[in-house]
Design a protein around this ligand. Structure first.
Ligand code: PRX
Length: 660
């Protein structure tokens, strides 16, 4: 990074505010530049220093980075540690463990808190229970749980014994759950009788039973069930085990299993440009180091902070900034079961006031929904609540447009908090491009600069850097500790997707477009460059939705594209060719509703198209390729500028152009 990159036009930027900067963990741009320079001077030394500072090692590492088998990099390979020891025991050993680890607020507002000592005891009990039921090092455990302390207990217990957890978002369907269990060959599933969201129960155990009944799940020996609501559920003895009963029978002591730094910590599935989700595999030490480090840098975490990340544990944000980062740092955090609009859209602000939250992390999609709601019901406006405890407020997962950023800054942050727009991915393990609250001048809509040690760049298709002010592909040119290690059971897919030969085979291709500001060098993310949509911050592959649609007996062919949406960021528009006569009128509306329900049951409600249009055919080139750009124009109601002379059947454009 050149000095030029860091020149700022003061008039366009906000902060850092004196109050934050003076006491910040990284105070002022000189301190940031010094860290960047340190990493440039001695890359391995920089990371070794961070790894020693952030983590407790059972056996110290002697080697930092091994690049000999690129892109299958390894970090700190001969070191040994345990994740749950680093998240729990070390805090209890250094104090009396009475500090509150998690304040849980249930959907109905009931609050329970758990100290570090209590959390450790529960994790040990469940780790012992897993062992008692035959789960061991390297075994895969799928976690299909509501937002709960028990979900964190389940994840931490896996890490304690070296089992590999894979959390599946509670909104995914039985089929999605089945595919993930089968891909992993999981030996156990941890679920709940039901989950409560927005006053409504969702039958998790029922869905889990359905998933296990779909075949390819013979590997599953036990299903541990957390009793959340006490609802009547199906029971399959001896396979099914109540989590509380299994735990009650066990000791509160469990020696952590010391594991190599590269031992897989978890696998988390994410959408790619094929129909099959990718099992992104993370290694323990590098991931944990970055989870802890970014808590210090991006959130400026301090001893007395109350941290709240609103993400679900089913996504990477809920892993890094709920299940690991805050616990690694010994912080107190809020864990919320419900949804932002229940019982009303003031819920987040009321909770910040109630729990005196100082660091808040949410998604642009939630902010957009709450802006709208506050116009409809002024009682839910953040200005009605005491948010004076806030210091840093963050966003992740999608682009945040400058107007939304400004509203967040003014009305939630009261013009005095740092807004950290953080860019990262399931694959990157933690935030890579983000402002530092006490250092980086903020620009609405920009995630600003790479964190120290992260070599992000914008390049063209051949890997050549593009000048600032021009769009290109976002890449990371050097390996970093928290990067994914492989795609579960598919190393070739890992290599081809993330380290394509065209870029030299050792540069990480993020899958996003980006542009750097000509003056400041700040990064702005321009959106995905592949067939991945971002709906309300959820990554969805168009291929996965198309496969779900064509699995419906009435559908001959389907193509899915995204179109901008004021609330969800992007929305799904599906173009469908019916096997028999093209549905029209009321029948078309009925079939569209049926297909939406179908997609919800195939993937999950998050993948439901916003709109379905039927045509006699899809627009294709002579060689039979679907003209997706054209479909995008149709979805957006834009004039068609492409050459359509090669279209087989131009009449379909009229059919597909009409929203139903
Ligand atoms: O397109 C980028 C978008 O979200 C994708 C990653 O999604 P996921 O793997 O679910 O990880 C979410 C962790 C934050 C990226 O490829 N994205 C993420 N953060 C931002 C973003 N787009 C714009 N600005 C961001 N700050």
């Amino acid at each position: 990074m050149s000095a030029n990159d860091l020149r700022h036009q003061e008039s366009d930027t906000l902060g850092p505010h004196a109050g934050i900067a003076a006491a910040a963990n990284v105070s002022g741009m000189d301190a940031y530049r010094a860290l960047v320079a340190e990493a440039e001077r001695d890359y391995e030394g920089f990371w070794a220093g961070r790894a020693r500072a952030m983590l407790d090692w059972h056996k110290p590492f002697s080697k930092v980075l091994d690049e000999s088998n690129a892109p299958f990099y390894t970090w700190f390979e001969d070191g040994e540690l345990n994740a749950s020891y680093n998240c729990l025991d070390r805090h209890v050993e250094r104090s009396d463990g009475s500090r509150t680890a998690i304040i849980f607020e249930a959907d109905d507002g009931a609050v329970t808190a758990v100290s570090y000592a209590e959390l450790l005891a529960r994790v040990c009990r469940f780790a012992n229970a897993l062992k008692a039921y035959g789960v061991g090092k390297g075994d895969r455990v799928v976690v299909y749980m509501p937002m709960s302390i028990e979900a964190v207990v389940a994840m931490q217990a896996c890490t304690r014994i070296g089992a590999i957890h894979s959390v599946v978002f509670g909104g995914f369907s039985a089929k999605s759950l089945n595919e993930r269990i089968a891909d992993l060959g999981a030996v156990a599933l941890v679920t709940a009788d039901e989950q409560m969201r927005g006053g409504r129960p969702l039958p998790l155990k029922g869905i889990a039973d359905e998933a296990l009944g779909m075949g390819h799940c013979d590997s599953v020996q036990h299903v541990f069930v957390y009793r959340r609501t006490g609802a009547r559920i199906g029971w399959n003895s001896p396979r099914d085990v109540w989590m509380h009963e299994a735990m009650a029978a066990q000791s509160t002591q469990c020696e952590p299993q010391w594991l190599g730094a590269e031992h897989p910590l978890f696998v988390l599935y994410t959408s790619g440009s094929t129909g099959k989700p990718k099992g992104v595999q993370h290694a323990a030490a590098g991931y944990l180091l970055w989870a802890a480090q970014t808590m210090h840098w991006t959130f400026d975490l301090k001893q007395n902070d109350v941290f709240w990340c609103t993400a679900d544990i089913g996504w990477i944000t809920g892993h890094t900034y709920i299940a690991y980062g805050p616990l690694l740092c010994g912080a107190t955090q809020i864990l919320f079961e419900g949804v932002p609009v229940y019982p009303d859209a003031g819920r987040f602000w009321r909770m910040i006031e109630r729990h005196r939250v100082s660091l808040f992390y949410t998604a642009p999609t939630a902010i957009r929904a709450l802006i709208k709601a506050s116009h409809e019901n002024p009682d839910t406006h953040p200005g009605r609540f005491d948010l004076s405890t806030l210091r840093v407020i963050g966003t992740a997962g999608e682009p945040i447009n400058p107007q939304v950023w400004q509203w967040y800054y003014e009305h939630v942050g009261n013009d005095r908090c740092a807004v950290v727009d953080t860019w990262w991915q399931t694959e990157t393990g933690g935030q890579l491009i983000a402002p530092l609250p006490g250092a980086t001048p903020l620009v609405p809509g920009a995630c600003t600069l790479p964190l120290p040690g992260i070599c992000a760049a914008v390049v063209d298709e051949t890997g050549q850097a593009v000048p600032h002010g021009h769009g290109g592909l976002l890449v990371v040119t050097r390996p970093w500790p928290a990067m994914l290690r492989t795609v579960w059971a598919d190393p070739e897919r890992f290599r081809k997707t993330y380290f394509p030969a065209e870029l030299g085979g050792a540069t990480y291709l993020a899958g996003d477009g980006a542009m750097r500001d000509a003056h400041t060098g700040y990064f702005t993310i321009t959106g995905r460059i592949d067939d991945v949509l971002n709906v309300s911050g959820h990554r969805l592959g168009t291929m996965a939705i198309e496969s779900a649609l064509v699995a419906h007996p009435g559908v001959a062919e389907a193509a899915v594209v995204g179109c901008p949406d004021a609330l969800t960021g992007e929305a799904i528009v599906a173009f469908v060719v019916w096997k028999s006569a093209r549905p029209e009128g009321v029948f078309a509306a009925q079939m569209a509703a049926e297909l939406c329900a179908w997609v919800a049951s195939e993937i999950g409600p998050i993948a439901k198209p916003k709109e379905i249009r039927f045509g006699d055919n899809l627009p294709k080139t002579r060689s039979g390729k679907i003209m997706r750009r054209l479909l995008r124009a149709l979805a957006n109601g834009e004039p068609i500028t492409q050459d359509v002379s090669t279209l087989e059947n131009a009449a379909v454009l009229e059919q597909l152009g009409l929203p139903r």
